[in-house]
Write a protein that binds this ligand. Structure first.
Ligand code: MG
Length: 405
């Protein structure tokens, strides 16, 4: 029953860890993503409403939820400002106690419950949607081959084949190359092939800080000399100072989800002109409200806004779509790993249509947990443990010391 005429109270907080494999292992500069481990968070209210949220999973999250628990119980799920106040101490002095990603998962569950109580979608609580569907980039990875035979993209030509497959299957317009894996000159050849085959497609390239400042500048000048235009270059090198030096040397828009990922980095990053585009992240920044605050700063300083992805399942994907739908200045297609993941824990997994995801219109986040799948992938988590993406199982002695190139 919908009840919005009186305060609600959270009476319980649950967390269930799940592990879901990737179709094939995805390579990145610091390791390999063989799957995703997520924490599914549920807040139960005295009205009998259950709000659901999602964040990164593993033992640390369960510990953080235990710390947050006494501050969350008794809270009205509408009052996310009070939630922020109650957990605020942890974002000032004790970030590791209840990290931003956990605060985000709790806030997500609260707003799902609030939306369900009103019979309204979360985007209505964020100011309303300005778009019915959200464009998504084709995330392209060099992949190891899986036992089933999927993957195996290890060179520019095979990566191009993968791009053609994904564009044909899902209708993507925007392409994103995950780099920082092969030497820059090899990845540059991949960029040439992609630009030649898809000349109208905006292309972004993300080496995850695998390059030194000098390499980043050298690659940037090559791109300019060959007239290979990127939509943006994402985190070519590490930290605000490195990105600032690259930014001053080359005229390619720089985006980040690595060097500027928290409120206290906004002022120095803007002063140093380290980035042109900040990639929102529902988890890194600590939830919907913190992302909205960050985007307001971006608007004031004329910075672009996109959205980062890190192997979310359907609950977080829904949250990302509500945030994107309610963010008029988020002009860049968002990232998503969705097409690389084997399964989900929601009853109706998302489907791409013409390279877009439809924004859910149901109450709350507009998605529901599939209890059988939650149980199945919780068992897999118990058997297989937490996915460690900072490790390369094919190169057990490899230490990913950045910069690599
Ligand atoms: Mg990135």
């Amino acid at each position: 029953m919908v009840r919005s005429d009186k305060a609600m109270k959270i009476v319980d907080l649950k967390v269930t860890a799940v592990t879901i494999p990737m179709e094939a292992p995805l390579r990145w500069s610091m390791g390999v993503e063989t799957g995703t481990t997520r924490a599914i968070i549920e807040v139960l209210t005295d009205d009998g409403i259950t709000g659901i949220g999602e964040t990164y999973g593993g033992n640390g999250v369960e510990h953080a939820i235990a710390i947050a628990r006494p501050f969350v119980l008794g809270l009205d799920p509408f009052e996310t400002g009070v939630l922020r106040h109650r957990l605020g101490v942890f974002c000032i002095g004790y970030e590791t106690a209840v990290p931003a990603v956990v605060r985000a998962g709790i806030e997500m569950a609260c707003l799902d419950a609030a939306g369900k109580a009103l019979g309204r979608p979360v985007y209505s609580l964020l100011g309303g949607k300005v778009r019915d569907r959200v464009e998504t980039a084709a995330y392209l990875f060099y992949r190891y081959r899986s036992p089933s035979g999927a993957g195996g993209e290890c060179c520019p030509r095979s990566l191009l084949d993968r791009a053609e497959e994904l564009v044909a299957r899902h209708g993507f317009r925007v392409l994103k190359l995950k780099g920082g894996v092969l030497p820059p000159q090899v990845e540059l050849e991949t960029v040439r092939l992609l630009k030649s085959r898809f000349p109208e497609s905006p292309l972004r390239w993300d080496p995850n800080a695998a390059w030194s400042v000098e390499t980043s500048i050298r690659v940037g000048r090559r791109l300019r000399d060959e007239n290979l235009e990127l939509e943006y270059l994402e985190d070519p090198t590490a930290n605000l100072e490195g990105m600032s030096q690259v930014s001053q040397a080359i005229r390619i828009p720089l985006a980040t989800n690595m060097c500027l990922v928290s409120p206290e980095q906004l002022a120095p990053g803007i002063r140093m002109r380290s980035v042109d585009i900040i990639l929102a992240d529902i988890h890194f920044w600590g939830g919907f409200r913190e992302n909205q605050r960050m985007i307001a700063v971006c608007d004031a300083f004329q910075l672009g806004v996109g959205m980062h992805s890190d192997r979310e399942l359907g609950i977080s994907t829904a949250a990302m779509l509500h945030l994107a739908a309610a963010s008029p200045t988020m002009k860049y297609a968002i990232d998503s790993h969705y097409h690389d993941q084997c399964d989900d824990v929601i009853t109706e997994p998302f489907r791409y249509q013409d390279g877009h995801f439809a924004v859910p219109d149901g109450p709350g986040l507009g998605v529901e947990i599939d209890r059988d799948k939650l149980d199945r992938y919780h068992r897999l988590y118990l058997e297989a443990g937490q996915v460690n993406e900072f490790y390369d199982p094919e190169r057990p002695d490899w230490v990913p010391a950045l910069p690599i190139f």
